[in-house]
Design a protein around this ligand. Structure first.
Ligand code: HEM
Length: 334
């Protein structure tokens, strides 16, 4: 057996720091995105603290992800207003707060579009994914990793993935999106990779109130419409994200197979894409079986809708690559 070992000088302090933070000893989303920035100047322009091979695409990837997080902030804050509104039986307060959530999800989608401006698919596929991947459900490291001086038995941890962001977990809990089976298990496991305060916040949302029951019970037209719009926008976000995964993983994976078979293509592209381990083809950096997982989660979101088809609020698949330029002119990273 060919065990991979992290030397004692790294593994011992890494595990100690991780334990204090309440995080597993691997690069998590909290390390790579949430805490990986500082202000470059008083105007608030940001730069990364930690980077890895992949040049400007790495910076673009983390910065765009951070922008998506930033757009979510008003929506996250409004969750408390929704909960308080339900406790006070105040339909107007709940509707207003839910409208902020809905707008936040839409802004997140606009920010997500920037990924096309700043991240090169072959660099993401060929270089970056290796650094984001972990040692669980990874055929390249089937035994996991030995943390020397910590434990003799190898340990397995998932790589960094936005599934470890608390945002969509919060919105799912608020709207009552029910995840089942392996997708639910994967999402739940990803909560172990979040900061404990984020994890507790998510758990608190669902244990407080049921927004969906409140909406059904009140049968208020505006409230129902706003709830439906939130669900529709969450589906749209997930649809757009699936498009991204197609462009950044599915297409390069099939191009890699094609190039390796024919040995033709531009030398640079060939080299970049060939570097990508075939073992990671079907896996996200978090280790999920990509498309099945993402489409299941998207469909479970659709199922949350109260009226399958509300006025002008139908959930349509989003393939609007042409919107990217528009979004980029409104939101830029400096
Ligand atoms: C090149 C860009 C991206 C690619 C290729 C990508 C790929 C993936 C993959 C493969 C998964 C499945 C879980 C896993 O195993 O990792 C996933 C999950 C997820 N990603 Fe991304 N992602 C990208 C950018 C982003 C960005 C910028 C965000 C925004 C914060 C994001 C948000 C999510 C969320 C929330 C999930 C969990 C699934 C869900 O709740 O719908 N992703 N991503």
């Amino acid at each position: 057996m060919n065990l991979q070992v992290l030397p004692r000088s790294l593994s011992v302090p890494f595990c100690e720091v991780s334990q204090r933070l309440g995080l597993p000893p691997i690069l998590t989303y909290a390390d790579a995105v949430l805490a990986n920035w500082k202000k470059r100047d008083p105007d608030g322009n940001l730069e990364l603290l930690l980077t890895f091979p992949g040049g400007e695409s790495v910076r673009g990837f983390f910065m765009v992800t951070l922008l998506v997080e930033l757009q979510a902030v008003p929506g996250l804050k409004s969750i408390l207003d929704v909960i308080n509104g339900i406790c006070d039986n105040d339909v107007a307060v709940v509707t207003k707060a839910l409208d902020v959530v809905s707008q936040a999800i839409d802004s997140m989608k606009q920010a997500l579009k920037l990924i096309h401006e700043y991240v090169d698919p072959s660099i993401f596929y060929g270089i970056m994914r290796i650094f984001l991947s972990g040692w669980k459900d990874n055929l390249l490291m089937p035994e996991g990793l030995v943390y020397e001086g910590v434990q003799e038995k190898p340990m397995e941890f998932s790589g960094s993935s936005a599934t470890q962001s608390s945002i969509l977990h919060c919105f799912d809990e608020l709207l009552g999106v029910q995840h089942d089976g392996s997708s639910a298990a994967f999402l739940r496991r990803m909560r172990d990779y979040m900061l404990p305060s984020h994890r507790h916040f998510i758990e608190n949302i669902s244990s407080r109130v049921s927004l969906r029951s409140f909406v059904l019970q009140q049968a208020d037209e505006r409230l129902t419409h706003t709830f439906e719009q939130c669900v529709a926008r969450l589906v749209e976000f997930r649809n757009y994200h699936i498009n991204i995964v197609t462009r950044y993983i599915t297409i390069p994976a099939s191009r890699a197979r094609q190039l390796c078979a024919s040995k033709q293509g531009l030398a640079e592209e060939l080299d970049m894409i060939r570097k990508a381990p075939t073992a990671l083809e079907e896996r996200g950096t978090g280790g999920s079986g990509i498309m099945t997982f993402l489409k299941t989660v998207r469909d479970e979101t659709k199922d949350t809708t109260i009226t399958q088809c509300t006025n002008g609020n139908q959930v349509l698949p989003d393939s609007s690559m042409t919107d990217i330029q528009k979004a980029a002119s409104e939101l830029t990273i400096e």
